[in-house]
Design a protein around this ligand. Structure first.
Ligand code: SF4
Length: 467
């Protein structure tokens, strides 16, 4: 979601004449779009902005800003201790960033010219005074009606195969560990027509795979739109997007297990463009911990849901999120999570150590778990997850898979990479059959059949099968 929001901000700046540069040292404007879901993400953003202070001293005309969740949660307090920060913009105001930036750039430029005309040459004044002269701050973390409809434009790179489409913002669930309802506000959904128009436009520009985004994506529209023929607004949306001609694959993330009702399971079995992958956050395998988290389902219901999803579509991949070390998690609670993870055999899982977040109920719970114990459980569970991931990848060796080629591999530019419908990464060489590197690169953005030759770590490796 942050990636998508950042793209929107980049698009709005480029629309008024700004350009992307490769490195912050070449930039006139540096904006950090922040995440608050774990303390480490907050600290990383603060550390990064602190380091950027050096650039501010060398190039006082630069504009620096915090955007997103941390900006929303901390507001103007982010200006204290970081005097070079000019802009703090929350999660409902991404569409205002370009105007704010433009105004700050112009004000700084004017002040620099004014200073240049003063009798004391600017370069002879202490650097702190010069920075003080250029301090204009803008803080906007207010709520804004209909902000969910403002994330709707994006620049595409040449032959871009995949795109995210934001369908809603906010969450009303109040899981006790989570800061998102505070930083992203209450659930608000865009209407189906608007979303379909955006998808149609992206597909007409060459995109083949769309991922619908929402904090609680499968509860899309529940406050705004009625059920029709017993189908939830989310299933109605899936059906409408599914009809877009030229769209090859449709994904969504992240759903909540309680939003997986029969109509959605049925949609998985009958809408062929829905890719065979569901990310289904489990969080814990212990009913006691799930209750303390306010997750509103039991481990038994989760297992039953996995069984129904697997029955609805052959070979569907299931990935998950798990928190270890939630307050009060005993050895037995952890063991229940571990056993469940072994039993389900997830395709992959993101395992997190519980991180207390300010003003959340879990942060106030008395029985916090020692960091060493969290880390031990984290490592132990990762081993279980990695083993099942490897087993699943090895089973695919020898098979032929449809891969949507996304571009050169990040680790070896001489190879291409893409994803299967089950969201597995596949790396394959440029094809000698196509004669030249340029011709091979035409595979970017295309569906390619690849024979899988081996599995290594988290990726599959193979050879493209070309006519
Ligand atoms: S459903 Fe997800 S986003 Fe909403 S409160 Fe729970 S964990 Fe946070």
């Amino acid at each position: 979601m942050n990636e998508r929001d950042s793209e929107q901000v980049a698009h709005s700046l480029m629309a008024i004449g700004y350009e992307r540069v490769g490195h912050e040292s070449e930039a006139d404007v540096v904006l950090l779009n922040t995440c608050s879901v774990r303390d480490m993400a907050d600290q990383k953003a603060l550390g990064k902005m602190g380091m950027l202070g050096r650039l501010a001293k060398e190039r006082p005309h630069m504009v620096f800003g915090f955007l997103g969740c941390m900006a929303q949660a901390r507001g103007a307090s982010l200006l204290k201790g970081l005097p070079h920060v000019d802009l703090v913009v929350g999660t409902q105001k991404f569409h205002r960033v370009a105007d704010y930036v433009d105004e700050l750039v112009a004000r700084k430029k004017n002040r620099i010219s004014e200073n240049a005309e003063r009798s004391t040459p600017n370069a002879q004044r202490p650097i702190e005074n010069r920075m003080d002269d250029l301090r204009f701050s803008v803080v906007d973390v207010e709520e804004e009606a209909d902000s969910q409809s403002t994330i709707r434009d994006q620049q595409l790179t040449p032959r871009q195969a995949t795109a995210f489409v934001s369908i809603m913002q906010g969450c009303n669930m109040h899981c006790t560990f989570c800061i998102v309802p505070q930083t992203r506000g209450a659930e608000r959904s865009r209407c189906i027509g608007e979303i379909v128009t955006e998808v149609r436009d992206l597909v007409s520009r060459g995109v083949k795979e769309i991922t619908l985004l929402g904090q609680i994506v499968n509860l899309y529209g529940r406050h705004e739109f009625p059920k029709v023929d017993n189908k939830s607004p989310f299933v109605q949306l899936l059906e409408s997007v599914h009809e877009v001609e030229g769209l090859e694959r449709l994904r969504f993330t992240s759903p909540h297990p309680i939003g997986f009702r029969d109509d959605l399971i049925d949609a998985i079995s009958r809408l062929p463009k829905l890719a065979e992958h569901v990310h289904l956050p489990l969080q814990s395998g212990s009913n006691k911990v799930l209750k303390a988290m306010h997750r509103a389902y039991t481990a038994e219901k989760y297992v039953d849901l996995v069984r129904r999803i697997r029955r609805a579509r052959d070979g569907i991949a299931i990935t998950t999120d798990i928190i270890v070390g939630f307050p009060g998690e005993t050895e037995d609670d952890y063991k229940q999570t571990r056993d469940l993870v072994e039993e389900i055999e997830f395709d992959n899982a993101f395992v997190f150590r519980y991180s207390p977040r300010r003003d959340t109920p879990a942060a106030e719970m008395s029985d916090q778990i020692d960091e060493h114990l969290k880390e031990k459980r984290n490592q132990d569970l990762l081993e279980v997850v990695n083993k099942s991931n490897r087993r699943i990848l090895e089973r695919l060796v020898g098979s032929q898979m449809e891969v949507l080629c996304e571009g050169p591999s990040k680790t070896n530019r001489a190879r291409l990479m893409g994803r299967t419908r089950t969201n597995k990464i596949v790396v394959f060489p440029l094809s000698p059959k196509l004669g030249s590197t340029d011709e091979s690169e035409k595979l970017v953005g295309q569906l390619v059949n690849v024979r899988i030759e081996h599995a290594n770590g988290f990726s599959l490796y193979g050879m493209p099968l070309l006519e």
